[in-house]
Design a protein around this ligand. Sequence first.
Ligand code: ADP
Ligand code: MG
Length: 347
Amino acid sequence: MSDITLGIIGSGQLGSLLCQAAKKLNVKTVVISDDEQGPAQNYSNEFIHSKYDDESKIKEFIDKVDIVTFEFENIPVDILNKIDLEKKVLPKPGINKIIQNRKLEKTFINDLGIKTTDWAFIEQAGDIGKNKNLLPGILKSNTLGYDGHGQFVLNSLDDIKKDWCFTADYILEKRVSLKKEISVVITRYLNGETYIYEPIENVHKDQILNHSKIPADINKEIFTKAQNNAKIISEKLDYVGTMCVEYFIDQGDNLLVNEIAPRVHNSGHLTINAFNISQFENHIRAVCGFKKEEVKKIANAEMRNILGSEIQDYRKRTFNSNEYFFDYEKKIIKEKRKMGHFTILKR
Ligand code: ADP
Ligand code: MG
């Protein structure tokens, strides 16, 4: 029996799935979000609608909870730090500071001796010309990117538009000729023990995750290295909770870290049905200071994201016993918006 109340910042699908996992563990949840219609309020014990810099609402949130976690990494770090002075925030806010910033994130990974794509920091158009070796490449905003937002493909210097004013910082990444993308979801507990899920194979369409499956079709060496890198990264960050490392595998079978997500991850949704303990339950267990439980795989699986109006067909369908439909119950259907997901277990 637990009498913990967990605060969750953010009210999207990840928040919803965290609340459902918390309920199973008898952990109460208070969700705070700037989205008045955020679906996680359907699953939390309490919901506070607030801007993230509204001090009185944040205070109300802090007073109601014992521990705080979050469903997305782009919360201003000074706000997380302020909350952390009164109630412990896990994973630690210092981790977000690194991961919110692609330059700091890649430097951190490279300093561990782990490979990423080749990249350079870009402050003005002229910096691109100095890094022609990275073309064809992708210009990515240094902060606040998700699902391909803030990314521009540069095949050559001719693609630099005259009216680009570079008011923000960017990084330029060499475009990798992808053989495959995989991710590793890992949970690290307060006592430093870890559980590492097997690598998940991911297919993106228009920079948005389309589907994921286990087992990933990769060799043993890449399997082991992908898990080991994730362990090294989590240890170096002194991470508590569930995180994900996204990887590229290039045509030469080089394993490159794409990025780290300091939170539960879309590619890990199949763990809800394919394992006895999901990435969400493991996250709640870890941040609440519970001990590690044995994790067992139940079946191979494939998960498909349901985007935009595709949800309408799913809402009318019937399902087999090995099929699991998750409707995020978002009020407004927008094209390319993640509206739900669908998992099939395979024996
Ligand atoms: P986000 O922060 O929006 O998730 P990512 O950097 O993970 O952005 O990019 C989203 C997807 O775009 C990747 O999963 C991959 O499919 C593609 N992509 C991004 N960068 C590269 C690259 N350097 N080479 C090849 N494909 C890339
Ligand atoms: Mg990504």
